[in-house]
Write a protein that binds this ligand. Structure first.
Ligand SMILES: Cc1cc2nc3c(=O)[nH]c(=O)nc-3n(C[C@H](O)[C@H](O)[C@H](O)COP(=O)(O)O)c2cc1C
Length: 174
């Protein structure tokens, strides 16, 4: 199977967009944009994300044993881009999201709170889940990380951010 062609085929799968956040060694924050989030079980409450094994996020999740999954809203495209950018990997949290924002849209500077595990959670995420690592399963060049949910919230009822064919879309309610 040609990997470039397979990547194009798999890009046809539409998904929501999350930011997986965790703690760096020494206590700083880190995170990456991801689309591989899945709700796995309710009893016990398990979720999964599939992280490139050589990513800083995967290494930090394995080391710290904690992570949060932040589900992005329709107006969070800039956060999605920033948390996927290698150029911003030093600190993806503190840079302003946009210069101004209309009422009801995402604020100029995203506010990150601290969840029970210590992982950062986006104050105006559509929803977030805060987890301890339950298991890590190698899968090719990725690691399937299973998280046992410690806390969860849905702070802002808003349409989601959607990713399809390498393009961001604003989800709309019908
Ligand atoms: C919409 C979108 C979804 C992504 N989903 C994943 C994913 O599920 N797993 C993954 O390992 N990388 C995913 N990435 C790529 C990472 O965000 C990117 O490689 C990031 O720079 C990794 O950061 P780190 O090395 O600092 O952890 C995605 C990127 C985008 C734009």
């Amino acid at each position: 199977m040609d990997p470039t062609y397979l990547r194009t085929v798999l890009a046809q799968w539409a998904s929501g967009v999350v930011v997986v956040t965790t703690l760096r060694e020494g206590g700083g924050r880190h995170g990456m944009t991801a689309s591989s989030f899945t709700s796995v079980a309710l009893e016990p409450p398990l979720v999964s994300v599939c992280l490139a094994t050589d990513s800083t996020t995967c290494r930090s999740v394995r080391r710290s044993g904690v992570f949060a999954v932040n589900m992005l809203g329709h107006d969070h495209e800039e956060i999605g881009r920033r948390f996927a950018s290698p150029a911003d990997a030093g600190d993806r949290f503190s840079v302003p999201q946009r210069l101004s924002h209309p009422a009801g849209s995402a604020p100029a500077v995203p506010r990150w709170d601290t969840a029970t595990t210590g992982a950062p959670v986006l104050a105006d995420a559509v929803a977030w889940v805060d987890c301890v690592v339950a298991a890590c399963h190698p899968a090719g060049d990725h690691t399937i990380v299973l998280g046992l949910v410690q806390d969860a919230a849905a702070p802002r009822p808003a349409p989601p951010l959607i990713y399809h064919d390498r393009t961001y879309y604003e989800g709309i309610a019908r």
